[in-house]
Design a protein around this ligand. Structure first.
Ligand code: HC0
Ligand code: SF4
Length: 579
């Protein structure tokens, strides 16, 4: 225990606590650009590089970086003396001297931590001018890197290397030439990047942003030859409101539907419908593999891994190519939706598939990449034409000057707009496997489930496990979110140590609610918990909460698909992976 004084307030903290952390416990906010701590995880980015968090410590000649300086007994700290503020201003002026001045048209404007700090410090001119460093651009299908805007905070490196263990980004070169980039400054597209977007989620400036596809969407909407269909992912409804100043965790499903209609989409559908479909396919595959395994078939591999997260698919294709036959072959709901929209629904509309444009609104940047994969197109026409993020949708709503909060609640169109509570929980870690359990249990045991809420599968711990009793048959379930956690479960499988029958993996911390395309949470995990709560609330409020009870799914099988994992399903709803 250490006792010290910060801004004339007594503070008692554990030994080893930094001044930054100690100040936080008494509500004193010390600004920083590089520091980032992801609560509930062990991850912290504290290179001590930006020097914005300097504070004055009595008796010391130099100002001290609060993120790197440990509290000592009797320490007297001042976080906002004139000397401190002047030093911060100088630091900011130096950072800005090597930063582009296109704030007005920057994608991050309004959400940029550098911009708001410059405002808070009242910087009105850039004193130091001269040559600026410039770097090669990189425009992958999902992420744009504009390294001229990089301030070397290294948060993206922590996200990519420590949280995700992908290891694509690192600082290269020295001095003025130094930049965070993939090896040999190759484009992300040519690296082992998974497009999870977690580097984008933590970037404080406009150095890392998504590729904006909203203008392509508007072009399709104004084209009279096209029928434009939109599908919205489960996690979008739990976060979109934040872009309009609403409290995190406010469910905006009805307002979102209303906004999409006003933007001019011909049909407003729900990815949740396809999430129910995914459960029918993936659940059947699980039960099939399980029964063969129990019958002693050594060829059948367990555990089965969920396959709906494209960041995760990229990860195992790159990093565990020897295990590509373990994940389920079911396509993701985004892609199942596209495949059904361009066959079953296009037929109902009597439209040619190329005249139907499918747009997806996703919390994710890897979804942009997923819909560009060759295997998800027919004769060059993609099943999902354009994927935009939650942030891009918010921008489109702002462009149209809609008053989002005041919009009336509206309902999705049918038939691809009806869904159950099982589908909406796909948006949070643990939700896909809980949805699968609800259906697989009833199909396997032929008995109705007595309770629908599987609390043992919920939560925010990075790796979780539970055993669910399928009427005498114990099913061991594993859950991981964040690719670093996924790696641990995969290493166990590789070493023959895994006891699981089924594992759910989501690339982003929190699952899709924490996706790289969601409103920026600036490392505040409380926001993710509120979004998670909202998702479970939506599930609770649904009349139907098991995928196999969705009447439109039942109709789809009766009229078009036949049976789950049947011939037509295999053709339209399943895929394969590449090593
Ligand atoms: Fe997800 Fe999905 S749940 S990946 O997180 O499975 O992006 O929200 O749309 O496809 O449904 C994202 C969210 C989806 C898909 C669904 C799955
Ligand atoms: Fe790394 Fe994910 Fe960013 Fe790619 S998108 S560089 S994998 S953090």
């Amino acid at each position: 225990i250490v006792q010290l004084t910060i801004d004339n307030k007594k503070v008692v903290v554990e030994k080893g606590t930094t001044i930054l952390e100690a100040a936080k416990t008494i509500g004193v906010d010390v600004p920083t650009l590089c520091h980032m701590k992801l609560e509930d995880t062990n991850f912290e980015n504290k290179p001590g590089g930006c020097r914005v968090c300097v504070v004055e410590v009595e008796g010391r000649r130099n100002l001290a970086p609060a993120c790197k300086t440990e509290c000592t007994e009797g320490m007297m700290v001042n976080t906002h003396s004139v000397r401190v503020v002047n030093a911060r201003r100088t630091v900011m002026e130096l950072i800005l001297s090597d930063h582009p001045f296109d704030c007005l048209v920057c994608a991050k404007s309004g959400d940029c931590e550098l911009q708001s700090l410059a405002q808070n410090l009242g910087i009105r001119e850039i004193k130091y001018t001269g040559a600026k460093s410039t770097y090669k651009g990189d425009e992958s299908p999902a992420i744009i890197r504009d390294m001229d805007k990089c301030i070397m905070c290294r948060r993206c490196e922590t996200a990519c290397n420590e949280v995700q263990t992908v290891g694509v980004l690192s600082a290269i070169n020295r001095g003025f030439e130094s930049v965070v980039a993939p090896a040999f400054e190759m484009d992300l597209d040519h690296s082992t990047c998974t497009f999870c977007g977690q580097c984008v989620a933590v970037c404080p400036t406009g150095a890392l942003t998504e590729r904006d596809s909203s203008s392509k969407v508007m072009d399709a909407i104004v084209n009279p030859k096209k029928k434009v269909i939109v599908q919205t992912a489960p996690a979008v409804r739990a976060a979109l409101g934040e872009e309009f100043g609403m409290e995190a965790g406010t469910l905006v499903t009805g307002k979102m539907v209303s906004a999409l209609r006003k933007l001019g989409f011909d049909y407003v559908f729900d990815t949740d419908f396809a999430a129910d479909l995914t459960i029918m396919e993936e659940g059947t595959e699980l039960l099939d593999r399980l029964s063969k395994h129990l019958a002693g078939d050594k060829e059948v591999k367990l555990p089965i891994l969920t396959s709906c997260c494209p960041g995760w698919v990229n990860f195992f294709e790159h990093q565990f190519p020897e295990m590509i036959d373990i994940p389920s072959t079911a396509k993701s709901p985004q892609q199942m939706f596209g495949a059904i929209a361009k066959t079953y629904f296009a037929d109902q509309l009597k439209e040619k598939r190329e005249d139907v444009v499918v747009v997806s609104v996703m919390p994710c940047l890897a979804k942009k990449y997923e819909c560009s994969r060759d295997e998800f197109a027919v004769d060059g026409d993609p099943d999902v034409n354009i994927s935009i993020s939650t942030r891009e949708l918010a921008q489109m709503i702002r462009n149209a000057n809609l008053n989002f909060e005041a919009l009336e609640e509206d309902d999705f169109d049918n038939p691809l707009g009806e869904s159950t509570g099982a589908a909406v929980i796909f948006g949070t870690t643990g939700g896909v496997i809980e949805a699968a359990v609800r259906t697989a249990y009833e199909v396997h045991t032929k008995k109705p489930l007595e309770r629908l809420d599987f609390e043992e599968l919920r939560g925010m711990e990075g790796i979780r496990s539970a055993t669910i009793d399928f009427d005498g048959l114990p099913i061991n379930i594993g859950i991981a979110h964040g690719l670093g956690n996924a790696r641990k479960l995969l290493e166990d499988i590789k070493a023959g140590k895994s006891q699981f029958h089924a594992i759910e993996i989501m690339a982003c911390p929190g699952g899709c609610i924490g996706g790289g395309g969601q409103p920026y949470h600036h490392g505040n995990m409380e926001i993710l918990k509120k979004r998670q709560k909202a998702i479970y609330e939506e599930d609770k409020g649904k009349t139907l909460r098991k995928s196999h009870e969705n009447p439109f799914i039942q109709k789809l099988y009766a009229e078009f698909l036949g049976e789950p994992c049947g011939h037509k399903s295999h053709e339209l709803l399943h895929t394969h992976y590449y090593d």
